[in-house]
Design a protein around this ligand. Structure first.
Ligand SMILES: Cc1cc2nc3c(=O)[nH]c(=O)nc-3n(C[C@H](O)[C@H](O)[C@H](O)COP(=O)(O)OP(=O)(O)OC[C@H]3O[C@@H](n4cnc5c(N)ncnc54)[C@H](O)[C@@H]3O)c2cc1C
Length: 489
């Protein structure tokens, strides 16, 4: 059966032996996007059946930090309580920059206007948010606090286009991994509203009629193929493709340099392949989130990254994922974080980090790392001279993070590929309208086919601009849009 049905080979409606099940909307994947699509579709009165390959709902979202990127409309209740005003225009400008060269203005406009109501919607579905602000620089809260700075808002060049505000809103759960709470509540809500879920059930392919419309799917349920008719549509919410190394090699080869996948394990691209199999366009497939989490502790942000020429290449106060992209593209992917005695620490995520060199002077460090004579000394002298005046004319690091590296011993923490594996997930996916309709190569909607979350190419579509919370914000919100549109079909 595995060979008979493959994601990239749709089943013709004429070849369906019998319809085993009928629903209005079939949702593929019970993660962030799938649960929100199901909630909206049920509330709009449609019958909804969800197919999930794993033994339970949750997907990668259940492993995540549960941080959702929201703001605008003057600020969420949490932003306002912490004293931050956040206009829709600032959120829009930030997201457009974060979306990079291919940013989608229509999608961003809708999201910026709806992000604050979307936060309230998540609360109404039962997702708890404590409502407190955690200052400082974190990957995600280690506490049960809500609001954190989760991107490059305060860093150049983003700070020049949009007034900074913290926008990462984490679900309430003590410690890392609040996505568990987010997904427990969203999936329970979908079921409470009457969505039917088949778990341990892989969707194998789509069913397409003679006119090219999607009329159902084939799933493996209890070990047998099941033909499911979906009267109003199929919504693909099956995640991205980071665990499918053949697809990564084909579409996003730069991500092969990241040995760690940021995934619960089922991001094998099956949803994207199903879309491509029926003529959908896939866009920005080369883009991926990457990280080399070099903080917390935040003292490390005051260090400087240098490459094998002994040169700096980025303002280190930018989002850790942006810094990671710059590290990965240095010659040989080789880079070190240079720190002095005053700020030395081991990054929380990698306490066993390789300390590639230690010395009482920068000259010693330069020699130990085998860098060109004088290069690192010159870089540090220049950095220190300007940092003492609170300036960074070369890379525009904000004054709050500027401090001369003056007190030995000095150390170089290694972010070279052999020492430090980078982590990644993919951002490219099916082209869709903001309401989730999948588009073919000519830009026309494919009747009956929707996609959301990382199966679609959504708001986050540029690795260098990604901010924590953008994927869950996008998946939950545009999952809702797809569910609503399909239900009204
Ligand atoms: C450790 C970690 C931390 C993260 N932290 C954050 C964060 O704080 N904020 C943020 O925005 N993002 C975060 N992310 C990323 C975010 O979790 C994902 O990008 C997000 O979950 C994508 O949502 P989705 O609905 O597209 O996919 P998922 O939530 O992964 O859901 C997809 C579902 O589809 C199922 N599926 C796949 N193929 C099939 C098939 N053929 N048939 C049936 N079912 C199928 C999968 O099993 C899965 O349950 C994190 C990810 C990880 C792993």
């Amino acid at each position: 059966m595995q060979n008979q049905y493959s994601p990239s080979r749709p089943c013709r409606a004429a070849d369906v032996p019998q319809w085993d099940e009928e629903t209005d909307i079939a949702v593929v994947g019970f993660g962030a996007a799938g649960s929100c699509a199901a909630i909206e579709a049920r509330q709009a009165g449609a019958r909804v059946t969800i197919f999930e390959v794993a033994a339970a709902a949750g997907g990668s979202a259940a492993l995540s930090g549960g941080e959702v990127y929201v703001g605008g409309s003057g600020g969420t209740s949490v932003q306002r309580a912490a004293g931050f005003e956040d206009t829709t225009e600032d959120l829009y400008n930030y997201l457009m920059m974060a979306g990079g060269p291919g940013a989608d203005a229509a999608r961003t406009t809708l999201y910026a206007a709806q992000a604050e109501p979307h936060f309230r919607w998540l609360q109404e579905q039962g997702v708890p948010f404590k409502g407190t602000y955690l200052p400082g620089k974190w990957l995600e809260p280690l506490t049960d606090d809500t609001l954190v700075w989760s991107g490059s808002e305060q860093a150049w060049p983003f700070s020049e286009s949009a007034r900074p505000a913290p926008r990462g809103h984490a679900a309430q759960l003590d410690g890392w991994g609040a996505g568990k709470m987010l997904m427990a509540r969203l999936s329970a809500r979908a079921l409470a509203l009457g969505a039917v879920a088949h778990v341990s059930s892989r969707v194998l392919t789509l069913v397409v009629d003679d006119a090219g419309a999607i009329v159902g799917l084939v799933a493996r349920v209890d070990g047998a193929p099941r033909f499911v008719r979906a009267l109003r549509g199929v919504i693909l919410c099956a995640g991205g493709f980071i665990v499918n190394r053949d697809m990564v090699a084909q579409y996003a080869p730069a991500a092969l340099g990241c040995q760690q996948v940021v995934s619960a394990g089922n991001d094998d691209g099956s949803g994207i392949r199903m879309g491509i199999g029926v003529g959908a366009a896939a866009i920005h497939m080369d883009q991926f989130f990457a990280t080399l989490p070099f903080f917390p502790p935040e003292s490390l942000v005051k260090g400087i990254f240098v490459n094998e020429r002994g040169s700096r290449f980025i303002n280190e106060d930018a989002y850790h994922g942006r810094v990671a992209h710059y590290v990965l593209r240095q010659p040989g992917g080789r880079a070190w974080l240079l720190v002095d005695e005053g700020i030395f620490a081991r990054p929380m995520i990698h306490p066993d980090i390789t300390v590639a060199a230690v010395g009482d002077s920068v000259e010693e460090l330069e020699q130990e790392l085998g860098l060109p004579a004088g290069a690192l000394v010159h870089t540090v002298e220049e950095f220190n001279r300007h940092a003492a005046a609170g300036q960074d004319p070369a890379f525009h690091k904000a004054a709050a993070w500027l401090r001369p590296l003056a007190r030995g011993p000095f150390a170089a923490l290694s972010y070279c590929p052999a020492d430090m594996p980078a982590h990644a997930f993919t951002l490219g996916g099916l082209a869709t309208t903001p309401d989730g309709q999948v588009l073919d190569g000519g830009g026309a909607p494919i009747a009956g086919l929707y996609a959301a979350g990382r199966t679609a190419c959504g708001l986050p579509r540029w690795g260098e601009g990604y901010s924590s919370g953008m994927s869950l914000g996008d998946s939950t919100f545009f999952g809702r849009m797809a569910g609503l549109h399909a239900a009204r079909r």
